[in-house]
Design a binder for this molecule. Structure first.
Ligand code: ADP
Ligand code: MG
Length: 267
């Protein structure tokens, strides 16, 4: 699954890292995060989560060696990472100089993932907010996309642009990719504008918009700096702020399961 929107700062990386953490830690599913953003935000958060100081091998090494298996960084039980850093900014140049046909150019990541794909229950791909070789390769490598949006002016515009571009990719290259979910991010429950735009999204995209919305929470912001955690108190109960932060994402994972089952049955 690729979490996309051609806009920065809407909450894509937050979704990728939280869904991956909870899928692995809470649901015990074998999970991989593939970071394709040269800014490496997802890699940094997951490295902090695991107290890893330095990651040696990244997606750039996987591409030059042709083998991704040796470039996997284990983060915790059931959670692996293929990391990214600024060296990956030359991906577009690499793709354009090494592959002639367009279909080969968009299939670099898909081909790289093939030997390890079946080892995981879920793979979450994080991308930069650009229409580029990064996004095209992520789309071609994915079965599903999750479109993140923030309830600000122009943000729904971003959703329709993303859907439009995805349809273009599907038609042009005959790739097998569906929108599994549209997710509202950083919602302030008391903000009228947020609620208005959320209603507008539901009118426009119907059931594609998840019932679960991701609320704005200081704890979620803090995880970006400190790494992700889910602590229990002495009485064995989850810390209430951690629990609240993770709860949104655990619910989203259930919604995604139901949709996957439905889409697979009706394929
Ligand atoms: N639900 C949330 N509550 C609070 N802060 C959030 C939430 N989602 C994202 N953020 C913060 O907003 C910023 C942008 O989020 P990020 O996931 O990096 O966006 P993107 O990947 O789309 O650029 C980050 O600083 C992140 O910590
Ligand atoms: Mg990001």
């Amino acid at each position: 699954m690729t979490v996309g929107n051609f806009k920065g700062g809407v909450g894509k990386t937050k979704i990728v890292t939280m869904l991956a953490y909870d899928n692995a830690q809470v649901r015990h599913k074998k999970t991989l995060v593939l970071d394709l953003d040269p800014q490496g935000n997802a890699s940094q958060v997951l490295a902090k989560t695991a107290n890893i100081e330095r990651i040696d091998k990244t997606i750039t090494d996987a591409i030059s060696s042709g083998s991704i298996a040796e470039c996997i960084t284990p983060i915790m039980d059931n959670l692996d990472l293929v990391a990214c850093n600024t060296s990956f900014r030359s991906f577009s140049k690499f793709v354009l100089t090494n592959f002639e046909s367009e279909i080969e150019q968009i299939s670099v990541i898909r081909n790289l993932l093939k030997p390890i794909k079946e080892k995981y229950d879920s793979i979450f791909i994080d991308v930069p907010p650009t229409i580029s070789e990064f996004s095209d390769n992520a789309m071609a490598a994915s079965d599903y996309s999750i479109i993140a949006f923030q309830t600000q002016e122009e943000s729904l515009d971003g959703v329709s642009k993303y859907v439009g571009y995805q349809n273009f990719m599907v038609d042009r290259y005959n790739i097998n990719l569906q929108v599994i979910a549209i997710v509202a991010c950083m919602i302030e429950p008391d903000d009228n504008l947020d609620q208005t735009i959320l209603n507008e999204a539901r009118e426009q995209y119907g059931d594609a918009v998840l019932d679960t919305v991701i609320t704005f929470q200081k704890r979620l912001k803090r995880y970006s700096r400190e790494g992700i955690y889910l602590q229990k108190n002495k009485n064995g109960k989850f810390d209430q702020w951690d629990y609240k932060a993770h709860d949104n994402f655990i619910k989203i994972l259930s919604e995604l399961d139901a949709r996957d089952a439905f889409l697979t049955a009706n394929a």
